[in-house]
Design a protein around this ligand. Structure first.
Ligand code: FAD
Length: 494
């Protein structure tokens, strides 16, 4: 007999609810705990998972395997070529190892929920038990409704309700201990499983040597790194977060999104750690930086709740159905310029080069480039959403879709469509010295003063031209008017 925990986007041993429950079950029954992870190249394709994200997952699995082995728990990793075969493979595995119980944490995207539902039924048919836990959010989806019992469609009242719910249910922030060590005889029963290797991935998701070196330096993998990052951020930066978070040249944010996305860090640990540093021990009172940061982490919960409440957003549809008829431009050369960071708008180009260089982009810049693509270029926001997933190390369907919906005005609680970012003003306000631009756009590194925001318009034309920096591909005033007409015509709204 044995108990199995199936890892997915919860690649940690600390504060992992499903894993802890599995461990308790195994301990009570006196049977071994076995962990599995199934690598699915087809899933990576279907979810547009970036190569840098896949690489991060593989590196994390190696660390997880060692951490579990220190507890005499095997992590069995196998590649399953066809994703629809995953449930069959799990049942086979359970039967092969005489396991009676399967534990896992829930994923809320439509495909994953369907797969989980199918697996629960298959387990029942085979006389096996399966338990699925809420783990990824602090507050489980479905828990919060408005006074009239509806789902929240606006963040601020949702957030008030989220805070009140956590204060009323403090156990939501309790921690789950790592699993107990497998007893010695149990270890022997599963000894063969310790021998498996973590596989490399298919060619099209492999990083070049040069990219691997760069990304590994930016993003060390695994939960120990995640914990260290969180603690350093809370020690050094959280107090100033509210004031500094919008300035991309300052490393003022936590850079833990990759860990929340891969599950090397739990949202509970994150919020609890921040709250415990707050003298008030509250989420919404006391230190401003702490409050602001917790409310950002809550956006992640918010977008997952939205996904559960309105699952059609998983099917390429805008949250607001009345925004389905906007006539987008499919100008390939504009899209290419945006992807390559050659639009002639320095702040946009710096940001697009950051995503290519780091697999990451600062939040303010994500908003600027998303607005620029969907409004200034009037290109279908879904093309940008897709590009982000294909390049981000922290790509997360719910947050990415939510962010694109917000910036292109087709999403939940979005900016009204007539509020269009002016890239030049954004640049002057949030990168006042131009340090972020100079870092990512080497053609402009010698441009001094205000010309950095608009070299051709502000007296640095010769310099920019000589360095091969392109002219602006659109005129913001014209493209703003074009966007306003297209949004108005498509939605029938003023
Ligand atoms: P911090 O500022 O330190 O925030 C802490 C954590 O809170 C983040 O790690 C993240 O988990 C959460 N968070 C913060 N802001 C948001 C937000 N606006 N929405 C949801 N969660 C938030 N975030 C992703 O994790 N994955 C994505 O694929 C993603 N795509 C985005 C696309 C667009 C167009 C936009 C506008 C935003 C997107 N975000 C996404 C949200 C946000 O930009 C990143 O979470 C943030 O930049 C990560 O940096 P950090 O960890 O230093 O954040």
């Amino acid at each position: 007999d044995a108990v199995v925990h199936w890892f997915k986007m919860d690649l940690r041993i600390t504060d992992n609810r499903g894993l802890w429950e599995a461990s308790e079950k195994a301990r009570e029954a006196g049977v071994p705990l076995i962990c599995i992870y199934l690598v699915s190249p087809q899933d990576f394709e279907a979810h547009l998972t970036s190569a840098v994200r896949v690489d991060f997952t593989i590196r994390t699995l190696r660390i997880l395997k060692e951490d579990l082995a220190a507890l005499d728990i095997p992590l069995y990793v196998e590649t399953v070529e066809k994703r629809k075969e995953i449930p069959d493979r799990i049942i086979e595995f359970m039967e092969e190892w005489g396991a009676s119980h399967l534990f896992t944490n829930m994923e809320y995207e439509v495909d994953e929920l369907r797969r989980e539902a199918k697996l629960v039924k298959m387990c029942t048919d085979h006389g096996l038990a399966m338990e699925v836990f809420h783990d990824t959010c602090v507050v489980p989806p479905g828990a919060l409704t408005t006074g009239s019992g509806k789902q929240y469609a606006v963040y601020t009242p949702w957030y008030r309700s989220w805070v009140a719910y956590v204060h009323a249910n403090p156990e939501l922030l309790a921690t789950f201990d790592p699993p107990s060590k497998n007893p010695p005889d149990a270890r022997d029963k599963v000894a063969a499983l310790f021998d498996c290797d973590v596989p490399d991935v298919s060619e099209n998701k492999t990083l070049s040597k040069e990219d691997a070196k760069r990304f590994h330096a930016f993003w060390p993998a695994g939960e120990h790194e995640a914990k260290g990052r969180l603690e350093r951020f809370c020690e050094e930066k959280i107090g100033q977060y509210a004031k500094r978070r919008n300035f991309p040249a300052q490393a003022a944010t936590s850079s833990i999104s990759v860990h929340l996305a891969a599950g090397t860090l739990s949202a509970r640990t994150t919020v609890r750690t921040a709250r415990d540093r707050n003298k008030t021990k509250k989420l919404d009172a006391g230190n401003e930086g702490i409050q602001a940061w917790i409310s950002e982490v809550a956006w992640r919960d918010f977008y997952k709740h939205v996904l559960v409440n309105w699952p059609y957003i998983c099917m390429n549809k805008p949250f607001k159905p009345e925004y389905s008829n906007i006539e987008w431009s499919y100008n390939a050369s504009h899209f290419k310029a945006w992807c390559e960071g050659r639009t002639g708008f320095p702040i946009v180009d710096a940001a697009m080069r950051q995503i290519r260089g780091m697999g990451y982009m600062h939040n303010r810049c994500r908003m600027i480039v998303a607005s620029f693509l969907s409004k200034d270029l009037l290109i279908d926001w879904r093309m940008g959403e897709r590009f982000f997933m294909e390049h981000l190390i922290d790509g997360d369907f719910a947050s990415n879709n939510g962010g694109w919906g917000f910036s292109s005005s087709v999403g939940i609680d979005a900016q009204p469509y007539f509020r269009i970012f002016n890239p030049l003003l954004q640049s002057e306000k949030f990168d006042p010295e131009g340090d972020y631009i100079r870092k990512w756009v080497p053609e402009l590194k010698d441009v001094r003063g205000k010309a950095i925001h608009d070299p051709y318009g502000r007296g640095a034309a010769e310099q920019a031209k000589k360095a091969g920096y392109p002219r602006a591909i659109v005129d913001h005033k014209d493209s703003r008017n074009r966007a306003l007409s297209a949004y108005k015509a498509g939605t029938g709204r003023d």
